[in-house]
Write a protein that binds this ligand. Structure first.
Ligand SMILES: NC(=O)c1ccc[n+]([C@@H]2O[C@H](COP(=O)([O-])OP(=O)(O)OC[C@H]3O[C@@H](n4cnc5c(N)ncnc54)[C@H](OP(=O)(O)O)[C@@H]3O)[C@@H](O)[C@H]2O)c1
Length: 255
């Protein structure tokens, strides 16, 4: 692998936005470290994308700190110069009201969207700084961080954490040449709703009916753009919505 080939480390590359980022960055010539829990999907990605660029895959549950430490420690030498970290692995679970929510769902969202994201970040920061100037951390936030909605409780709160963590992180690593972006999508057609609805395909499919949601490729395009800007340019927050979506207007709450 050429010394100057940039490396993108993507979490949650097995589906949706992470999967689209893997394809988009490969087409732009980036070498890839692709991670996720579903090994067979990582294998399929590797078989396809290795025709274009060097690819290293690692099965990784971001909510397991030992797993994260091991995957980063065992990165093969050419993949250690990580120029972009795409902290994409994340999920929402449940959409009912807080008073009937399953606490285990809440804990899993926190373990994945917050603890997983900060653990991966912490382990890779020295490599990003070494790869700098112009290295980039792209954290997948959400419009749910800024706009409350019924049933958004812990999911939206985890994404609000992502936003503030991104802003604070930038204060520390910015002077070291590392940019940090909160990339905050609105409704994007992926497996996100299927996961949120615990595999109920009817509810998941009906969510997108009559709409034109963003496609994962739309967000991947933005991620590549953010990571490819001149090193002194840092997009701090990039909110992207499909045209059919709107922030909620103030509403009257009734029981
Ligand atoms: N879709 C939307 O409308 C939307 C809107 C705003 C923000 N987002 C955010 O965008 C990101 C990507 O979501 P998506 O829409 O692409 O959903 P998706 O299709 O369900 O993909 C989620 C990815 O996260 C991975 N993942 C989940 N838990 C993980 C864990 N513990 N360890 C490692 N990987 C894990 C999954 O891989 P494995 O199951 O193989 O591990 C999968 O690759 C998430 O952070 C989500 O919150 C999505």
């Amino acid at each position: 692998m050429n010394e100057s080939t940039p490396v993108a480390f993507i979490t949650g590359a097995t589906s949706g936005i992470g999967h689209a980022c893997a394809h988009r960055f490969a087409r732009a010539g980036w070498a890839l470290v692709l991670t996720g829990r579903r090994q067979e999907r990582l294998d399929a990605l590797q078989a396809t994308l290795e025709k274009l660029v060097p690819v290293h895959t690692a099965q990784l549950d971001v909510s397991d700190p030992h797993d994260v430490a091991k995957v980063v420690a065992e990165l093969p030498e050419p993949f250690q110069r990580v120029h972009a970290l795409i902290n994409n692995a994340g999920l929402a679970l449940g959409k009912g009201p807080a008073q009937t929510a399953d606490l285990d769902d809440w804990y899993r969202m926190i373990d994945t969207n917050i603890k997983g994201l900060i653990t991966v970040t912490r382990h890779l920061l020295p490599k990003l700084i070494a790869a700098g100037p112009g290295a980039t951390v792209i954290n997948l936030g959400s419009i749910a961080a800024h706009t409350p909605y019924p049933g958004g409780h812990v999911y939206g709160a985890t994404k609000a954490f992502v936003k503030q963590f991104s802003y604070n992180l930038r204060c520390d690593v910015g002077p070291k040449g590392v940019r940090v972006t909160d990339l905050a999508p609105g409704m994007t057609a992926s497996e996100f709703t299927l996961v949120r609805m615990k595999g109920d395909r009817n509810i998941a499919d009906s969510y997108y009916e009559g709409t034109q949601p963003l496609q994962p490729e739309d967000i991947a395009e933005q991620a590549l753009h953010v990571a490819s800007l001149p090193p002194h340019v840092n997009i701090t927050l990039l909110e992207v919505m499909p045209l059919c979506q709107q922030w909620s207007a103030p509403t009257i709450l009734r029981d």
